[in-house]
Design a protein around this ligand. Sequence first.
Ligand code: GTP
Ligand code: SPV
Ligand code: MN
Length: 603
Amino acid sequence: MTALAVPGLDQAPTNHPRLLSWVREVAELTTPERVVWCDGSDEEWQRMTEHLVSAGTFVPLKKKQNSFWCASDPSDVARVEERTFICSVDPADSGPTNNWMPPAEMKSIMTDLYRGCMRGRTMYVIPFCMGPLDAEKPMLGVEITDSEYVVVSMKIMTRMGAKALARFGEDADFVPCLHSLGAPLEPGQQDVPWPCNDTKYITHFPEERMIWSYGSGYGGNALLGKKCYSLRIASAIGRDEGWLAEHMLVLKLTSPEGKVHYIAAAFPSACGKTNLAMLEPTIPGWKVETLGDDIAWMRFGEDGRLYAVNPENGFFGVAPGTDWKTNPNAMRTIERGNSLFTNVALTDDGDIWWEGMGEPPAHLTTWKKKDWAPGDEELTSHPNSRYCTPIDQCPITAPEWQDPKGVPISAILFGGRRKTTVPLVSEARDWQHGVFLGATLSSETTAAATGQVGVVRRDPMAMLPFIGYHAGDYFQHWIDMGKRADATKMPRVFYVNWFRRDADGGFLWPGFGENSRVLKWVIERIEGKAAANETAIGHVPTAEALDLSGLDVDPATVDKALAVDADEWRAEVPLIEEWFDKIGDKVPSLLRDELAALKQRLG
Ligand code: GTP
Ligand code: SPV
Ligand code: MN
């Protein structure tokens, strides 16, 4: 061992040999000025936020206690899918939907980038746990980062610090997550508010269960417990161990009779998970409570049902469009303070504002730190601007959200953002057909990832950017999950689309709280109480089966939202064929059979 005198390196609050040697190794490579072991305390939060304020990264909000406004570098605003890699040993384990490079080659490139990359900065060591701390086998990780923004965000989004480290003992397994902004500071060099690097890599080594990230400070690129660990690495662990790591919200729905169902739903990024998870039903007597808004881990319970756990501790929600009318529970959550707001607008009296919040004030500072007045063309907030806020501040968080057993899932909803073709809701015939619906899910791209917005692409199970292995193997894993269980105990599968439009471009369905009407039909289907028409693509509610009482929408418009147009679906078939051809030989034959059956039904 080289005797490297980095202050703090030897003040480790652990005896875990593997953790200690990895931290030393990273410090020797990245040469930070000091090492800080994060304990997750309120004093630490205080210290970090004060540092971020004095660095010009954070502006404290006068109108929300213990909350901060922050603007990223304009180039560092979303996940970078083209810079995201699954470096499995065999390229066939990464598959055609992921970028791949041999692990040794990637490590060599990134080791060169990491060499000296923390010069002049502090290296933080963040022990964290995804999912409940009292799980039988807690899912541990350690993120090493040179970003204070990451430290404070991880405090909201994960269980971190001393309470997580307490579960490490001396030999617990953990996922090493190395993150650097790639912005060393030379002596005397003035720091910028949002350091980052034009060169970015978001890299996963699934066999080693390891994550290396470089160059970005934002969201899923930098908070490595989120998409990198809880989806890409966890999906590979789930394949090996027989469970599912999914891009899903989890909600609890209670009927007027007091019957409880838990529902999980997979929609691509910026397609409505957070909003559905916090929904306020417009139909009397129904109640929604939240367990999670982005990620679900689902394992079989002893009773053969699928149980979901939310691995996260906070919401990293899309800000624009969030309002007292659309999502009052998100508004109530952030009103309680202790939140971070990135790339939204700042008001002169020290509050936040974004598109969709109603009337703007007479003057704003935009996310690009420019003056703005009503009438200005430019957006005040980046479309992927986000609030970061603790789950337990949400007034409708279900009390059982921390139960390590999870909650039994009655229904899985797949959904996307489609202007045409896909009806408001349909039900799969069975599990296998449900897997087909998920595997062929399509959606228009959004601002949650860099690149073009509004382009229809296949996004299987809303996991296209997050499957940590070959998509064909992933489909097979989904099919196998259904075979492992008693079919009657598997969740029923539905396909929804809140975003279908009329010829004038208006939404055919009002969405948000009115989506409770669809949830009601889903539950009534499960309970054998609601009628449906059998169509080529699945079971669609009859005109009478969807509760429209009190809904201020022309029933003819709802009919259009529910319509299954054979011509539109016939046009969809070649796109599905193209998609399966892209996945190649590993598309399960049962899914090819489903496609053939669909073609036949469409005539
Ligand atoms: P990620 O956090 O990126 O995974 O996104 P998400 O799936 O949680 O999406 P979110 O709920 O934040 O919604 C994204 C955008 O869609 C917001 O601007 C919402 O206002 C809008 N949206 C959500 N639900 C509906 C709906 O039912 N109808 C319509 N028209 N828009 C919706
Ligand atoms: C998503 O893009 O699906 C998000 C935001 O939830 S991020 O954390 O950047 O992945
Ligand atoms: Mn997401």
